[in-house]
Design a protein. Sequence first.
Length: 596
Amino acid sequence: MAEQMLIGPVLSFRGVGNNNMWRVTALIGVHEDAPAPRLLVEGRDAGRPRELLLFRKERYLRYDLACKMQAQERRVEYGIEGGPVWHFTVPATGTAPRIAYVSCNGFSDPSGMRKLVRPANTVWQDLLESHDRLLRPGDRLLDKEQLWHEERIHDKGLQRFHVLLMGGDQIYFDSIWEDIPTLKHWVSLSRQEQLDFKVNAALEREIEQYYFTLYRQRWLPEKRRPWGTQAPNLDAADGLARVPTVMMWDDHDIFDGWGSYSCAMQRCELFRVMFRHARRAFWVFQMQHALDDLPDLTDATPAGFQSNDPLYAPIAWSTALKRDALALPMLDQQPGFSSVYRVGPLAIVAADLRTERSRTQVMGSSTWSRLKDWMAALPAPTAKPAGGRTRKTAEARCEHLLFMSSVPVAHPKLSLAEGLLDTFGQDHVIDSSADDLKDHWSHDDHEGERKRLLEVLSGIARDKRLRVSLVSGDVHVAAWGTAVRRDLPLTETWAQIHQFTSSAVVHPSLMGVAERLFLSLLNSMAGKAQHIDVQYTVEMMLFPGHNKYVMPARNWLALEADEAGSEGRKLWATWRCETESGFSNHLLAVPGVVAG
């Protein structure tokens, strides 16, 4: 049965449910005429799967693998009856999950594969060998950082990570411009011809098929060894099967530069058709929801009002998904897919920065409002019982907030390059240099919204006495930055927001001659603090264990919290960066905030 699978299993973390249920689902694809595989979890039947999509004689199914959280964390086995088995680890009740983060799982251009010094899946292999002792070859030598986890995790028969955050570009659809002949011809048309181009029914079917079928081609390649063989593949498919994921899309999950083209181009018929089908495919494969449950986006631009930003009506997700007990914890009354999670002392926001994006907007007003409402409702560090006396409530307290922003909030600002590309850059799908810079929060067009984000996150950190950290990908380097309140002393640690940038897990880093020149410019500009206003300063820090600000290497990131102490709960960030012969470790500890 495993040999007949078209895709999967792909694990998805759905949040912590009632009665401390660790909610996990598994996506599996099979041919229409094949029986649905029977999945077992902890030896019991996972139950009848829900059909998410039936497309061109292919069925995509979602299974419920939810498990009860207990006083101690434990390793859970699941698998296909009579076939291969996999494992994931469920954290103990009330504890912070150990998290891995990756982004950019693919190539924007096939020629990029030639830039790799080591095989494409080398970083995935290192992540998985760090995650699960059973996946390592017997002669694998561990370094000091990996050995530190042996006694506390692996010697107990556990796996290192409970959740895998995937911050964007889980799949690259840029190849659509070459693989569909009509789109390849469209690229050669004049700008006006592109804007006037009409999409006929045949082309729309091609586009739809491309978005729905590329997932299985990329996420479970036919040439890989089938499940159940003695030697594991240790690739992206293995990672998706072994750690429950939280995925949020970025531009390549649609196509390169989506949201940062001119208003006229964003609204042309071809772009709208492509976005619609990319959104449908993302809903099924990355969010694991039934296609029939996806509401359409509705233009909410008031009559007589003109805007260059997309104005969509908010979606009542709680109503649209009320029959789905395993629905993702999406913010209600927002048009995008922003999702929020609370696990013990940790809160996670997976922000959708693409649905409403334009050259002058990252998120729309309803999304901003819902995000602020949710964060404002996080438990305060103290509570007053009926007697009126204040008591500590450490068990319910949120101590760290991770905000997933696909594009880094703290990143070197390239003002000269922005000006040149704004003046001479082309609105072109295969030359999106200008669009890449326009994506950045630091671009002049987004600077005001970046200030708003820092103000909101800083306010939550102050009111809830917690630490806020930003985790991002996209830029094909590893980096560390900070955003600091200039009007407060450094002893007010809640006022320091850390930026962790980890990119990419597959895509090559800055390797070519031109890219090395760009890297030199990036490091030069990184040394200059960005004074946003009289209140906030964004600054890049020397990358830990490196004498420059950015690390041009493929990498993955671990985010792990200490046990609570008198100084608060530290959050450890550990980058594993690829070298020519192995991996280097780069560690950083973010102190907690002591409630008072």
